[in-house]
Structure formats: structure tokens, C-alpha cells
Design a protein around this ligand. Structure first.
Ligand code: AMP
Ligand code: MG
Length: 424
């Protein structure tokens, strides 16, 4: 990466660097090590199973296709009986339809009219497409040389072989998987129970949408962003509303949440301000694993345990909530769901903006991926990157991930981006 002198900034004792802060990847590893996937399973009707996580290997009891069949509308015959040097005439002895096979034997000099998907009749292994055939009478056709034995035929088991593992335990079921399982006749499957995730916002200044704001009040937007993020996932959500910065209220909310959920997520109250009680209370009631991460925007964040439930205390700033969700909560939730571990999709693209960044911490800047005139995928910054500027997240379709060592990007440099939203 090019060193960008224009934006190179030296760390000073007055900035927010913290020598005790741990790296993002270290934090993620520590979190994942503490997450116990939900082990309870349940039966799920195939039709209702999109996005659920398989708790069993899916093994096929049959071949797909179940019988060797035609890939074209045309005429089936023996490949050894194809014309070699000059056009030849054949007798049409019957028709094989999809679902209505032709049951007699086909011999040399003969062929069978065949439709796409129809079973290949005995004595045939090759299909000549109808466009290549000249029809002489209802029962006689002619076509030229130049065809290949076995052409236009789908072999039994060519998609799925009987006895093979089609989908593995831990796989998240996609649209095509529903079709694949249906194609082998499976209508009910065993999946992991969805994790239950309880969340609430903390802050005396927060008012629910619909209320009138007093001086210094703000609407609680974090709960809406979180609701949106969680609703895209395979989880059950429990919205516990707004909780005041009062130790008794927080204790009560944490107790309630940890009894009903596998994971509790809160926003706000985790810094070291006078009204920030979250850390202290979680420490009292459970266990806190770490506290400071070298990441912007995003620190401080808290991860811990409340009884059997895992706990994330995300920052209060609306952008930080979303960036820390993508970096930490999302992989944790995927693990909790029983999904096989996988890295998020990231892409290297050309950045068309200059980006300010200081070395020593990881940054998630908001980016817009788009195609330039030559059809190449590029990313530009959304503009102001403050952690309170939630519209930057709204305009963005990816996070630009800048690692600890990076000390600025000049337009034209390559950067790594993590698409989100519909690409998740
Ligand atoms: P805190 O971490 O509680 O100090 O909050 C940091 C900043 O985020 C403050 O400006 C809060 O007002 C703001 N904030 C906290 N919670 C929310 C919320 N639920 N919705 C919108 N902004 C919030
Ligand atoms: Mg607060």
C-alpha cells in the first residue's frame, strides 16, 4: 500500500490510542472461542427451512436424474448407428415423453421420437436434436453425419449420486438447497433451533419514536438498526425497549434478558462516563471478557457472559453499533446458530477517494461500491465518517476495511471491502 504523506498523522499522547487495546482479529477469536453453538435441534418442514442451519448431513437415497434421459426434443438412437459418411434414413418406431416412456427395444436403422426429460428407450444412448432432422413421413426421418455418440443425454446420477452427502451439517439452507432436497424427495429436515437474541437500548436521553423530545433528548435509533440487522438473520428476536441509566433498572433488564435469550445485545453506557453503569453491572452479574479494541468506529465494546447467555455491550454511537455488529456480533451469531465458521465475503477493489487514517488501529470506513465507465468495480467513501453520522451507513453498501498498519489511502490504491445488506 502506498504511504500517503498528505494524510499521514503521528499518534500523540493526546489522541485516543490505547496501548492496552487488543486487535479486532484477536477480539473476534476470543469471542468465537467463548460462543457455544445452540445444540438443540428441531424438525422443520422443507418449505419453511430457508436460512435455517442443518443439524444433519443430507444423504441422497436416490440418483438425480433417476433415469438416463434426453436433454433435447429430438430422436433417440444408438450412437453406434449414427451416419458416418453420408446422410441416412431411419424409421421412427414410437415416442418417449417425459413421464410416459417408450417401452420397446430400438434396433439398428430405427429411432424413437423423444422429448426433453423423457427416459432413454432400451437400445438408445444418443439424441439428435429435431432441428437437425428432416422429416420425410410421420414414420421416416433423415439426417446427416457429424453427430457424436452420447450427445444430448443426461446420465442417471449425473447431478446427485445415490448414497452421496448432498449438504453437510452446519450448512445454511439457501434457495437452491430447498430445490436440491426436494429433488431427492426430502420433505422434513433436522435443523438447529434458532438462537434467541434479546436487545435493548440504554440511555436517559433516549425516547421512543412517537414521543415528543425534551431538550437534550434523542430518538432511540439503535434499536431500529439492530432490529433491521437481526431480522436479516436466522434468529428469534426479543426487543426489550429502552432502559434508563439506573443501576436497578439495568440489573432487572439484564436478569430478564439473560433468562430468556442465548445472546443479549445492548447499546450505549459502556464508556467511562458518569452514567455508564453497564460494565460494572455485567461484571457484578456475570463475566466481562474484554473492554477495549483498537478499532474505529467501535470502541469501547464489551463482551461477556450473563449466566448461560453471551453478552455484547455495543457502543452508543449509531454508526459504531453497526460496524461492531458486522465485525463481532455477526460472526458470533453465525457460530451460535450452528453455522460452520466462514470468513465474511471481502473483495479487493480500487478506491476512488483519498481516505484519512492513522496507523495503529483498524478502521471501518463507509463505502459505496459501484461500477466505473469501463465496468470495473470501484469503491468511494460516503463522505463524513463521524461515528454519529448514521446517514453514512444508509448511503453505504460496504465497509472499507483498513488494517492497523495502513496510514491513509490515496485515490487509485486498492482496498479491501466487506459488502453488507443484500450481499451479507
Ligand atoms: P454512550 O455510549 O451511552 O455514551 O453513547 C454515545 C453516544 O451515542 C451518545 O451521544 C448517545 O446519545 C448516543 N446514543 C446512545 N444510545 C443511542 C440510541 N439508542 N440511539 C441513538 N443514539 C444513541
Ligand atoms: Mg449513554
Amino acid at each position: 500500500m502506498m504511504i500517503n504523506e498528505k494524510f499521514k498523522i503521528q499518534a500523540s499522547c493526546t489522541d485516543d490510542f490505547d496501548s492496552e487495546a487488543i486487535t479486532v482479529s484477536n477480539a473476534r477469536q476470543r469471542i468465537l472461542a467463548k460462543i457455544n453453538p445452540v445444540s438443540a435441534t428441531e424438525q422443520s418442514a422443507l418449505y419453511q427451512s430457508l436460512n435455517r442451519v442443518l443439524a444433519q448431513d443430507i444423504i441422497s437415497a436416490m440418483n438425480v436424474p433417476g433415469h438416463t434421459n434426453s436433454a433435447m426434443d429430438g430422436y433417440a438412437l444408438a450412437g453406434d448407428d449414427l451416419p458416418q459418411t453420408a446422410p441416412r434414413q431411419y424409421k421412427v418406431i414410437g415416442t418417449s415423453f417425459a413421464g410416459r416412456p417408450f417401452n420397446d427395444q430400438c434396433h439398428a436403422g430405427q429411432c424413437v421420437r423423444i422429448m426433453t426429460g423423457a427416459a432413454m428407450p432400451a437400445g438408445t444412448d444418443t439424441v439428435v436434436m429435431q432441428e437437425h432432422v428432416e422429416k420425410i413421413t410421420e414414420t421416416e426421418i433423415r439426417f446427416a453425419q457429424g453427430h457424436r455418440k452420447s450427445q444430448n443425454v443426461r446420465q442417471a446420477g449425473e447431478d446427485i449420486c445415490k448414497g452421496s452427502i448432498v449438504l453437510q451439517k452446519g450448512h445454511t439452507i439457501q434457495a437452491a438447497d430447498l430445490g436440491v432436497m426436494a429433488s431427492i424427495g426430502i420433505g422434513d429436515i433436522t435443523v438447529y433451533r434458532q438462537p434467541r437474541i434479546a436487545f435493548f437500548s440504554t440511555g436517559d436521553e433516549l425516547r421512543p419514536v412517537g414521543d415528543t423530545l425534551g431538550t437534550g433528548d434523542i430518538y432511540d435509533s439503535n434499536r431500529y438498526s439492530l432490529h433491521g440487522l437481526l431480522s436479516q438473520l436466522n434468529v428469534e428476536t426479543i426487543d426489550l425497549g429502552i432502559v434508563k441509566d439506573k443501576p436497578e433498572d439495568l440489573r432487572e433488564a439484564f436478569k430478564n434478558a439473560s433468562e430468556i435469550a442465548d445472546l443479549v445485545i445492548t447499546t450505549g453506557g459502556v464508556s467511562v462516563g458518569e452514567a455508564d453503569y453497564v460494565k460494572q453491572i455485567v461484571e457484578e452479574m456475570g463475566e466481562i471478557n474484554f473492554w477495549k479494541i483498537a478499532m474505529k468506529p467501535g470502541r469501547p465494546i464489551t463482551f461477556g457472559k450473563l449466566g448461560d447467555a453471551a453478552y455484547f455491550g455495543l457502543p452508543g454511537n449509531p454508526v459504531s453499533v453497526m460496524t461492531t455488529f458486522y465485525q463481532f456480533a455477526l460472526p458470533a451469531i453465525q457460530r451460535l446458530s450452528g453455522q460452520a465458521d466462514r470468513s465474511p465475503l471481502t473483495i479487493r477493489v480500487i478506491c476512488t477517494s483519498d481516505l484519512r487514517k492513522r496507523a495503529g488501529r483498524f478502521e471501518c470506513q463507509r463505502g459505496i461500491l459501484s461500477y466505473n465507465e469501463s465496468g470495473q468495480l470501484t469503491v468511494c467513501a460516503t463522505g463524513k465518517q463521524g461515528s454519529g453520522i448514521l446517514t453514512s451507513m444508509s448511503r453505504a453498501n460496504c465497509l472499507i476495511l483498513l488494517d492497523d498498519e495502513c496510514d491513509g489511502i490515496e485515490a487509485g490504491d486498492s482496498v479491501t471491502v466487506q459488502p453488507f445488506g443484500t450481499y451479507l
